[in-house]
Design a binder for this molecule. Structure first.
Ligand SMILES: *Cc1c(COP(=O)(O)O)cnc(C)c1O
Length: 385
């Protein structure tokens, strides 16, 4: 219990209107709800002081046990993990070089990335002084093109596991084999690829030396955390280049509360019944689809595939649709009351995507379906200018 009698400010006190979050765990819309277990573990951890190196090593061992990897450590988001991955590839355990990053003019610092794997966060890999050399083109990359791009300045291959990036790309096991033949690591970003839980092991089994996942998406740990999994050797290089050490990643510190909060969340996440979870989201999404399916010009369907980590309600617009596009529907949903955030513009043109991860109860679900129906009905009677 707080000892002061002062009332702590709430989000509403600040004049910020909360949203019903039906657009998936993206950071700009505040990620995901930390589990009750996450918050309880954070509170408990706040009562004891530790040596942070000791805690990070022990927590890494526990995390590795929970997910079934050889080794693991904790980073500030998956993004922080990408910075640390690149730092590890350049500096490994060389104490002088670790201190010098991001100044890399006189040491090898090139990372190979398939052109098709360029994405909005890839500059995090550059933060510790790395530079990219692209292989292939927008359509894809062959193993030969990847191999040809490697010379003695190359310290690693970056691999993005994300939706829509498989076609034409060098498959992960092939990229890993190429990397290892040249004595360099495969650095994988799998940030948003959970569930399915199998991915926690798959990318490592396929040959990644390091892989980053977000702790603040479906795992529902603290928003600011990430899991960095890999081999003993590469996780140790990563740890040495990470906060709390005085390295290029020092600004990315993770508190003891966040570390314990993440462990608590992962423990629950890996024990959950994925079949039951999928069935629950399907049922929720069917309710949304039923509300909008008959609106002329739209196709509403529940989709659960590589692009959709859990069953999503996807509302796409056919040739008969003359109303405003999905981005405008998204804006109107946010401008209404209650404010509802849905995703749009990521898939099938400007399809509106409803994600159930952050929908907190039946009342919110009903509100999402109702608001979507209202906006789509109204829009179906408008003509685009
Ligand atoms: C979400 C995401 C990130 C960033 O993860 P954080 O945990 O928010 O730092 C990085 N890469 C990809 C592909 C993502 O989807």
């Amino acid at each position: 219990m707080p000892s002061s009698k002062l009332k702590s400010p709430t989000i509403t006190d600040l004049g910020v209107t909360p949203i019903i979050q039906a657009g998936g765990p993206n950071t700009k819309h505040s990620g995901s709800r930390p589990r009750p277990e996450t918050l309880a573990a954070m509170e408990e951890a706040s009562k004891q002081f530790v040596n942070m190196d000791e805690l990070l090593i022990a927590a890494g061992e526990e995390l590795a046990k929970l997910v079934g990897s050889e080794a693991a450590t904790i980073t500030s988001g998956a993004s922080g993990g990408l910075v640390v991955q690149a730092a590890a590839a350049i500096a490994k355990d060389d104490p002088d070089l670790i201190k010098k990053l991001p100044l890399t003019d006189d040491v090898p610092h090139t990372l190979i990335i398939q052109k098709k794997h360029r994405f909005i966060y890839d500059h995090l890999y550059l933060a510790p002084g790395a530079r990219f050399r692209e292989a292939g083109d927008d359509k894809g990359c062959t193993p030969e093109q990847m191999e040809d791009a490697i010379d003695d300045q190359v310290v690693g291959i970056v691999y993005l596991e994300s939706s829509n990036r498989k076609e034409g790309a060098v498959p992960l096991p092939v990229a890993a084999e190429i990397a290892h033949r040249h004595g360099i690591p495969l650095l994988c970003d799998g940030a948003s690829m959970l569930p399915p839980r199998i991915h926690l092991k798959q990318y490592l089994q396929e040959g990644s030396d390091l892989v980053s996942f977000s702790g603040g998406k479906a795992i529902r740990g603290p928003q600011s955390t990430g899991l960095l999994l890999g081999s003993k050797e590469w996780v140790e290089y990563a740890r040495l280049n990470n906060a709390p050490n005085a390295t290029v990643a020092r600004a990315q510190k993770v508190s003891k509360e966040e570390i314990l909060g993440l462990l608590a969340a992962v423990k629950v996440f890996v024990s959950e019944d994925e079949v039951a979870e999928t069935a629950r989201y399907k049922k929720m999404m069917n309710l949304v689809v039923d509300q909008v399916a008959e609106i002329p010009g739209v196709t509403a369907e529940v989709i659960h595939n590589y692009d959709h980590y859990i069953p999503h309600a996807v509302i796409s617009f056919g040739p008969k649709w003359k109303g405003p596009d999905g981005m405008e529907i998204q804006r109107r949903m946010m401008a209404g009351s209650p404010r509802v955030y849905v995703a749009a513009g990521l898939y099938k043109g400007t399809a509106v995507v409803v994600d159930g991860l952050n929908i907190q109860n039946d009342e919110e679900l009903q509100a999402v379906a109702r608001r979507l129906r209202e906006e789509l009905l109204k829009a179906s009677q408008e003509r685009r200018r």
